[in-house]
Design a protein. Structure first.
Length: 346
């Protein structure tokens, strides 16, 4: 009896029915099953955004970025409103000064024993004789009393009061010698007639307009400072959130300028978007205010508003200042972010 000495599990054994001297073919190797094709994108999505190959250094669309853009838009809108209002007041003041500077006034006061109408005629003749006076206009007694209604009210009987009478003189070119005219009135009508060239009123008007414009410029500067502070805080928050990425970039050889430029480009884009939105809203607000002013012009309130602010037309200088504020806000955002990053890295 023969004994089979082939070890168990040996693949080199022969099968029954085949010659013993011919070895059998080796069994094929088993390969591990291949993962599905969709596993790679899922693994890529599982990686943090900061470790992806095409991910930016600074996140481009986050809640913090949208909030910062909204803050910049609001601050730019407020600064543009201040700049536009200052431009309107400055233009209106210049128009008032130009209108008032073209006229002077002779005031004739009633005196006991004198005929006020004769004094008015004599003062008018002296004014017409002065070279450079283009036209004269004598206010009637009713017109002079009507000028007092804003202070005294309407419906009062002012017939017994010594209400001064006025003569307005329109100046021509060349300008007349007002000193000579004032001296002539003093000689012809002493203690009765006086010449008012509105210099004091013009000085006060100029001071008021310059104060308002200075306050507007100061508010614009404060708003830009607030924009810079908001950008600085946002930049430090972004640097703190990307500290590991910055350390890796330093490890692979990136310098501070490369990192600062990345943050500067991102925050400059945010500032440009916020500044454009804020400036556009400011221009829209001025346009709507102009429409409302024209609609209300027929009423007394509209006349007062138009006399104070004009037709809410800011002119080309106002439009240029609004657009300049939007650009300055974006530049401030980029510069402050770069300086903050450099200081943080230092």
């Amino acid at each position: 009896m023969s004994v089979d000495r082939t070890p168990p599990g040996n693949n080199s054994g022969h099968t029954p029915g085949k010659p013993a001297g011919r070895p059998s073919a080796p069994a094929p190797e088993r390969k591990p099953p291949r993962a599905p094709a969709q596993a790679a994108p899922e693994a890529a999505e599982a990686l943090p955004a900061t470790l992806r190959r095409n991910a930016p250094l600074v996140p481009t669309d986050t809640a913090a970025s949208r909030s910062l853009a909204a803050v910049i838009a609001i601050l730019t809108f407020l600064a543009a409103l201040c700049a536009g209002a200052a431009e309107m007041v400055s233009a209106s003041a210049a128009q008032w000064q130009g209108s008032v500077a073209q006229e002077v006034t002779i005031q004739v006061r009633p005196a006991p024993g004198r005929d006020v109408e004769a004094d008015l005629a004599r003062a008018e003749n002296l004014a017409k004789a002065e070279p450079g006076i283009a036209a004269t206009r004598v206010f009637s007694k009713q017109e002079a009393e009507r000028l007092l209604e804003p202070w005294l009210g309407s419906g009062l009987d002012l017939g017994d009061l010594p209400v001064p009478r006025l003569i307005t003189l329109t100046l021509g070119t060349p300008a007349p010698d007002l000193k000579h005219l004032r001296a002539g009135l003093g000689e012809a009508l002493p203690g009765v007639a006086s010449l008012d060239d509105h210099v004091l009123w013009l000085q006060r008007l100029s001071t008021m307009a310059n104060t308002f414009v200075g306050a507007g410029v100061g508010i614009v500067a404060l708003v830009l400072v607030a924009t810079g502070l908001a950008v600085a805080f946002a930049t430090r928050g972004a640097m703190a959130g990307n500290r590991e990425v910055v350390e890796v970039l330093h490890f692979v050889g990136a310098d501070d300028d490369f990192i600062a430029r990345a943050f500067q480009r991102r925050f400059f884009g945010l500032g440009l978007r916020g500044g454009a939105i804020g400036a556009g809203l400011a221009l829209l607000a001025f346009w709507l205010a102009g429409l409302l002013a024209r609609a209300w012009r027929s009423g007394p309130a509209g006349e007062e508003i138009e006399a104070l602010f004009g037709a809410f037309h800011i002119g080309w200088r106002g439009y240029a200042s609004v657009l300049a504020i939007g650009i300055i806000a974006s530049l401030v955002t980029g510069v402050v972010s770069r300086l903050t990053v450099r200081r943080f890295l230092a």
